[in-house]
Design a binder for this molecule. Structure first.
Ligand code: SF4
Length: 277
């Protein structure tokens, strides 16, 4: 049996950076994370054991404590409130998300009608929206432009959207605007991971996707690869029915951006122990 592991499987740059920042902060005392730092129950549990407690909002954070902002950023008002309460902020907002926030603010300040290409309720999009003082229009597809026309419009994207869909959206926005500024704020980590998953799925007989069941990017990977080959989505190695894989010669493995390396290693070891190699 041959095993192919995607070189893009596991933590992306932003998540790796956030995990390191959280671990460093935990060494200084209790840390309060506004929501789980990443969508992976195992990693969240490990962080909890190191003193990173997940809370819903700032009201649950004691005065003067360390509060951690997640990779997809927080709304501007939340940051202002944390500062006014004298909380010590550990801001793990990914630099790609920060860039999108800055571009949204810039467009708003320059008088552009900001269009955010993304999912309305996603925390990152809500944070981008807050940087336009609640004036942006959030859309998930070109159809949502309906019969809108703009004198001055500016577009930014949720970082994890794909380039092809963003281009279609922008093409429609061009038709409807006298002046249009576009900032491509998409981070390539998602696209690269998805493209590599497709490449491996084409070579393999069966695909395993490892990662949190609550991780949107892991679920998306699973949806992509199962269109190409039979596939399974597991959170950990022990969920895998290894005995059902004997009919396959080549197994492909990929993992979401929030999947720890240990989960990927445990999975490959389990396969190697069973099939040899
Ligand atoms: S997917 Fe991209 S934007 Fe999101 S945390 Fe990872 S590197 Fe940052």
């Amino acid at each position: 049996m041959e095993i192919i592991v995607s070189s893009f499987a596991g933590f992306c740059y932003g998540v790796q950076r956030a995990m390191e920042m959280a671990a460093r902060a935990a060494g200084k005392g209790p840390v309060y994370s506004l929501g789980p730092l990443i969508h992976n129950p195992r990693a969240v549990k490990e962080l909890e054991e190191r003193g990173v407690k997940v809370v819903k909002n700032l009201d649950d954070v004691p005065e003067g404590a360390l509060v951690l902002f997640r990779t997809h950023g927080v709304e501007k008002e939340t940051e202002e409130e944390a500062r006014s309460r004298n909380l010590e902020i550990v801001d793990t907002t990914c630099p790609f998300v920060k860039n999108a926030q800055n571009k949204a603010r810039f467009l708003h300040q320059k008088g552009y009608q900001v269009l955010i290409f993304g999912e309305k309720m996603h925390p990152e999009v809500r944070s981008l929206y807050s940087y336009t003082e609640g004036t942006a229009r959030v859309m998930n597809s070109p159809d949502e432009l309906e019969d809108a026309t703009f004198k001055k419009a500016g577009v930014v994207s949720q970082t994890t959207r794909n380039n092809a869909a963003f281009s279609r959206f922008c093409a429609e926005a061009v038709r409807r605007s006298q002046e249009l500024r576009i900032f491509n704020t998409i981070c390539l980590a998602t696209t690269e991971r998805q493209e590599d998953a497709v490449r491996i799925a084409r070579q393999a007989d069966f695909m395993i996707v490892v990662g949190g069941k609550n991780s949107a990017n892991t679920r998306k990977l699973f949806d992509i690869v199962r269109e190409i080959k039979p596939a399974v989505h597991v959170e950990s190695a022990d969920e895998l029915r290894v005995d059902e894989l004997t009919k396959y010669d080549t197994i492909g493995i990929t993992a979401g951006a929030s999947t720890p390396d240990t989960s990927i290693r445990e999975l490959t070891s389990r396969l190697k122990n069973y099939f040899g190699g």
